[in-house]
Design a protein around this ligand. Sequence first.
Ligand code: ZN
Ligand code: ZN
Length: 249
Amino acid sequence: MKCIVLGSGTGIPSPSRNSAGYFLEAGGLNLLVDCGPGTMRRLVRARKGIANLDAVFITHTHPDHVSDLTPIIHALRVGGGGRRKKLTVYGPSGFKDYFDRIVLTQVRLPELFALEALEVEERMTLGSLTVQTFPTVHVEHLNSVGYRFEENGRSVVFSGDCDYSQGLIDGAHRADVLILDCCTLDSDKMEGHLSAGLAGLVAAKAEVKHLIPTHFYPIPAADSEREQECRIQFSGKITLAEDLMVFEV
Ligand SMILES: [Zn+2]
Ligand SMILES: [Zn+2]
């Protein structure tokens, strides 16, 4: 599997970090996990574009994770170059209602290709790829999930926005790569998000091999301080996410 970080930032604007979005090549499919504003342009910068996307997985419907979905569908519809293959958009419970009310009131259904919104099941199979979902603790009024993708015994987990929970630790258990909310330092811990020390604790308890902290809220501290706090609990490999960073799983 190959992953490209399209956005390591949040809903707060940053000159260097786009809102949340990740490209994942797995199971012969081109997938997006979240698509905050600017994701489509980052995809073009990453030389991937949108024409070959097979599916989009949304962790929750906060704007910094979903706002580019409507522009992506619009762009595929009007400029998709005769695209024929289906696009499936997955989200947590309640997502179909969001899709109908927010997305389909702004863009028409494409004529040339099928478009389907589905609410995720706990375990799904897409060809050789297994997708497991697990509930995360984020905000009360929205459902949120994390995704675990597995192929040929390798696994990558995307937490989305999340606070500390046993469900998260179980969902990430022994993953090869965990891309994990790491909003702030411990001293500025925000409810519904992990601070760096807690991100390290989750990675340690889940026994993951490689931690990629992401979703960096702009704070007046060097990125190295996030890594130091993650290190207090976690002794495995840590790579702080950067936009357009590419890694293999
Ligand atoms: Zn967010
Ligand atoms: Zn959120």
